[in-house]
Design a protein around this ligand. Structure first.
Ligand code: FES
Length: 232
């Protein structure tokens, strides 16, 4: 079948503004959007730029706006989209070229919440043990692949780019609720800031956008409750 693929192209040093370009691509219904992008680059325009690595929904590098919704190009198939497909870079992030956005601000926020285990206690002889119930408290947020689909779909982030954003809160949640970690107080302090969790307006765009099915709004509410609990 033939698919009409519209791609928002932009090279900031050359173009005054982003513009749509249209490609006709021979495709199989089971192809993914990533397959089409690779085909266009190989057969029609080698200058088309996009990120991808694993091709299997693990690395998080090919999140983009596909038919007006943030998704991973390697996970969404043509039969789920139809014969007319539009692809644009993730909204709210500066475009470097075509579908490649500048992720440095996004990863800066990720680092700001200390996304690693903090525990200054002497190392035990064996691993730090944890019950299944303790592990279950943060199981959902371990699934995050840092693709930025959630943060870049969030109107609160569009309105105020300083907002730490759902992805960083999800990453903080993963450690705040880990019984082996001792850095929860530090992280909650950071997230209680004016650009922390209170910017969330429970719009749920993040939940719709997450390719891993993480209940992001619930994670944000659990972090907010932990902040309130500490103050109370
Ligand atoms: S290429 Fe790795 S998640 Fe899509």
């Amino acid at each position: 079948m033939k698919v009409e693929l519209r791609i928002l192209r932009y090279l900031p040093e050359r173009d005054e503004a982003p513009h749509w370009e249209r490609y006709e691509v021979e495709s199989d219904p089971m192809d993914r959007v990533l397959d089409l992008l690779i085909k266009v680059k190989a057969e029609q325009d080698g200058s088309l730029s996009f990120r991808r690595s694993c091709g299997h929904g693990i690395c998080g590098s090919d999140a983009m706006l596909i038919n007006n919704r943030n998704r991973l190009a390697c996970r969404i198939r043509i039969d789920q989209l139809g014969k007319k497909i539009s692809v644009a870079p993730l909204p709210g992030l500066p475009v470097v070229k075509d579908l490649i956005v500048d992720m440095s601000g996004f990863f800066g926020k990720y680092r700001s919440v200390k996304p690693y285990l903090i525990n200054d206690q002497p190392e035990p002889e064996r691993e730090r043990r944890q019950s299944q119930e303790e592990r279950a408290k943060f199981d959902d947020t371990t699934k995050c692949i840092l693709c930025a689909a959630c943060t870049s779909s969030c109107p609160s982030f569009w309105a105020r780019p300083e907002y730490v954003g759902p992805a960083a809160i999800v990453q903080a949640h993963r450690f705040i609720f880990d019984s082996r970690d001792e850095g929860a107080a530090e992280r909650l302090e950071i997230l209680a800031d004016e650009d922390g969790v209170w910017r969330c307006r429970t719009i749920f765009n993040c939940v719709d956008a997450c390719p891993r099915g993480i209940n992001i709004t619930r994670a944000i509410l659990e972090v907010s409750s932990a902040i309130v609990g500490r103050r109370g």
